[in-house]
Design a protein around this ligand. Structure first.
Ligand SMILES: [Zn+2]
Length: 181
């Protein structure tokens, strides 16, 4: 979001040089710059010990495609804490281990997505009201139910990272994973 008025006092902002950042909207009354802001969100591909992926059906997002666990970060928590919290809230599952899958800009909604793979033990779901249904789907079948693989789609970025890690495990060089499982 690009600010035109001060969110604190409502005054019209004027562009002012802010060092290396160039012209930035500034409120003279509050003596404060208002840099462009955006939401930070987490997206978590939840997988179990049988290498099944949790796909969520959320009709308020899409009737056609299935989603991963996702949500807004709240002030004061880390992306990792938000990821664990969202998995608990949406699916009722406890994350044993998180694997980082980078940050990705979601242009359509101006959100920075912090991506993770969340490893859990297979258990019955306890769904939040935001989730219509959820199911465990094999690695092979999951892409057919995910959003199409286009630039800006974080689902497939996480999915591909998981597929690579499965190959490493099969090659026997991922000691950490082998000890955990
Ligand atoms: Zn102000």
């Amino acid at each position: 979001m690009h600010y035109k008025f001060c969110p604190e006092c409502g005054a019209k902002l004027v562009d002012r040089q802010a060092g290396d950042d160039g012209a930035v909207p500034y409120c003279g009354a509050c003596n404060r710059f208002w840099f462009d802001s955006f939401s930070s969100c987490v997206i978590v591909m939840v997988v179990n010990e049988l290498q099944e992926i949790a796909l969520l059906h959320q009709s308020y997002i899409s009737d056609e495609y299935d989603t991963f666990v996702a949500g807004f970060m709240t002030p004061g928590e880390s992306a990792e804490q938000a990821a664990v919290r969202e998995v608990k809230e949406e699916l009722g599952l406890t994350v044993d281990e998180l694997e980082y899958a980078g940050t990705h800009w979601f242009d359509k909604r101006e959100q920075l997505m912090h991506a993770f793979i969340g490893y859990v033990r297979k258990a019955p779901f306890a769904l939040s009201q935001e989730v219509d249904s959820a199911s465990w789907v094999s690695v092979a079948d999951a892409p057919g139910r995910m959003f199409p693989d286009r630039p800006g789609n974080t689902q497939h970025i996480i999915y591909r990272q998981y597929c690579k890690s499965i190959k490493r495990v099969h090659a026997g060089d991922d000691l950490h994973y082998n000890q955990q499982r």
